[in-house]
Ligand binder design. Structure first.
Ligand code: HEC
Ligand code: HEC
Ligand code: HEC
Ligand code: HEC
Ligand code: HEC
Ligand code: HEC
Length: 337
């Protein structure tokens, strides 16, 4: 009996050893494969024609009772807007008019861009191209609002907006002619081009549909196509991707140096975006994406409070007391503020 017990004990012990070694080697394998190749999946639309887009008004005809209720207030839609509010000049235009230098450009402005950190101004020239005014307002709408002039042109400049801005601020930009399909960030810049089959709710989904279950890699590419500020297109050398279509792998065309993301001087807004995307595309950590924390319709970050507490949270929160948010300012060389 005793020897039988002993044999059993040895078997159990051996099994335990075998199990732990395979478990730890599995763990080791995981560590090894964790470093993923960002170019491993998907394709892009470089050199291809821009897809056939449908237009937000058409989408909203069917989605008017859900997204339609909040879209007028969406920061993506509002980022570039007309200069009138309720038939009168918007407050930003009134502010320009009240400044000696600003008043020179005010009457020619057609569109206003941005509202939180900075507002800039655009008009269309005879060819329909967008021209950017060299002046703007810092902290518009606050009591610290201040006029500034970048002084490279003393007025409207053609070409600058096309070469430096258009790809991230408008929808479906043709990379050769630099003309947009829509002059703001529209539905299809996130959801991809319309496909009438999507209304059936089976087999064909637009990007970011509940049933489509987009992987973190795709989310990082799609949101990152505009929110990764400071990269460069391999094919055009411009600071925005070339003919990016939601669902593409951004990194086939877009170069981004993620070592800058650890710079302690980087503001928490750009830092949390860059680190999240780096964790997904390079470290292969797919647990947390933009949508773990952000909702788009309506735009809020309530979800983020329910996430597990990790170092990542400390980009914005103090270690102790956690509820305290670090003080920060957002500046961006890419967006000239
Ligand atoms: C790589 C994409 C990209 C490029 C290129 C780019 N922007 Fe932006 N821009 C963004 C994103 C994303 C935001 C929103 C940032 C946020 O909300 O934190 C933004 C925000 C802004 C804002 C609004 C700030 C506010 O506080 O409301 C202005 C104005 C702006 N950009 C102007 C420009 C101008 C002018 C250029 C060209 C000289 C430019 N951007 C180029 C992506 C880009
Ligand atoms: C900035 C990216 C972005 C833009 C622009 C955008 N969406 Fe969405 N949309 C999303 C994401 C992400 C979701 C997934 C649900 C969520 O987490 O908010 C979503 C969800 C939806 C849904 C399903 C859920 C719901 O709230 O009904 C519909 C329908 C929808 N979007 C339609 C639209 C339409 C129509 C437009 C344009 C008027 C639009 N979206 C513009 C990102 C975007
Ligand atoms: C003819 C009406 C119609 C048009 C036009 C339309 N949709 Fe839809 N859409 C639907 C219907 C119906 C569904 C629901 C399918 C299902 O059961 O999942 C849907 C589903 C969606 C979903 C997924 C909803 C979810 O629950 O996750 C998204 C996102 C979406 N549409 C976005 C868009 C966008 C963006 C456009 C414009 C490019 C658009 N739709 C145009 C009717 C329409
Ligand atoms: C085509 C470019 C583009 C894409 C794609 C895009 N964004 Fe944006 N996003 C912008 C711009 C431009 C702004 C607004 C700048 C401003 O303040 O005027 C913005 C603003 C925001 C804001 C601030 C909202 C607010 O209420 O102030 C959040 C959050 C955001 N985006 C998240 C996302 C997420 C998440 C995705 C992916 C689902 C995404 N964006 C996709 C360009 C884009
Ligand atoms: C762990 C949660 C979390 C993740 C993941 C996350 N965010 Fe955020 N993000 C936040 C919170 C919370 C804020 C609000 C900060 C504030 O109000 O000052 C924020 C702010 C922002 C802003 C500025 C909004 C504004 O009002 O100016 C943008 C733009 C943004 N996030 C985009 C993204 C994008 C794109 C991704 C994915 C690459 C992402 N975020 C991933 C939690 C998150
Ligand atoms: C981009 C900046 C940012 C990041 C990253 C961030 N937070 Fe926050 N957090 C905020 C801001 C701003 C608030 C206050 C407004 C709000 O609730 O959105 C906040 C509020 C909160 C609250 C509510 C606190 C209260 O007053 O009751 C909780 C809980 C929270 N965050 C948890 C987290 C966790 C967990 C993480 C990491 C997964 C995280 N946050 C990452 C900016 C951030």
């Amino acid at each position: 009996m005793k020897s039988l017990k002993l044999i059993l004990l040895i078997i159990v012990a051996l099994a335990a050893v075998v199990m732990t070694t395979t478990a730890s080697s599995r763990l080791f394998e995981q560590e090894k494969t964790k470093q993923t190749d960002p170019l491993d999946w998907g394709s892009n639309h470089v050199g291809k024609p821009t897809p056939d887009f449908y237009g937000g008004d058409e989408c909203l005809f069917c989605h008017r009772f859900t997204v339609g209720q909040v879209w007028q207030k969406d920061a993506h839609f509002r980022s570039i807007r007309g200069k009138y509010v309720g038939g009168k000049d918007a407050p930003e235009i009134e502010f320009l008019k009240s400044d000696n230098n600003g008043s020179r450009g005010a009457s020619k402005v057609e569109f206003i861009m941005g509202k939180k950190e900075v507002s800039r101004f655009l008009r269309r020239n005879v060819d329909g191209d967008f021209e950017l005014l060299s002046f703007g307002i810092l902290k518009p709408g606050s009591d610290k609002a201040r006029y500034f002039d970048l002084r490279w042109s003393h007025g409207f400049a053609g070409g600058t907006f096309d070469a430096a801005c258009i790809g991230c601020h408008m929808t479906g930009v043709d990379s050769k002619t630099k003309t947009p399909f829509e002059p703001f960030v529209g539905c299809e810049s996130c959801h991809g081009p319309h496909n009438p089959e999507h209304t059936k709710g089976k087999d064909v989904y637009l990007r970011f549909s509940k049933k489509g279950k987009d992987p973190a890699q795709m989310i990082a590419s799609s949101c990152g196509s505009c929110h990764l500020r400071g990269g460069e297109s391999r094919s055009t050398g411009l600071p925005y991707p070339d003919n990016f279509v939601s669902g593409d792998n951004l990194f086939k065309d877009f170069k981004f140096d993620f070592t800058q993301s650890d710079d302690p001087k980087l503001n928490p807004i750009d830092a949390h975006i860059q680190k999240n995307i780096r964790d997904i595309v390079i470290k292969g950590n797919n647990d947390v994406s933009c949508l773990s924390c952000h909702r788009i319709h309506p735009s809020d970050t309530l979800r983020h409070r329910r996430q597990l507490k990790t170092d990542y949270c400390m980009i914005c929160h103090e270690v102790e007391p956690f509820k305290q948010i670090k003080k920060f300012e957002v500046h961006s060389q890419t967006c000239e503020y």
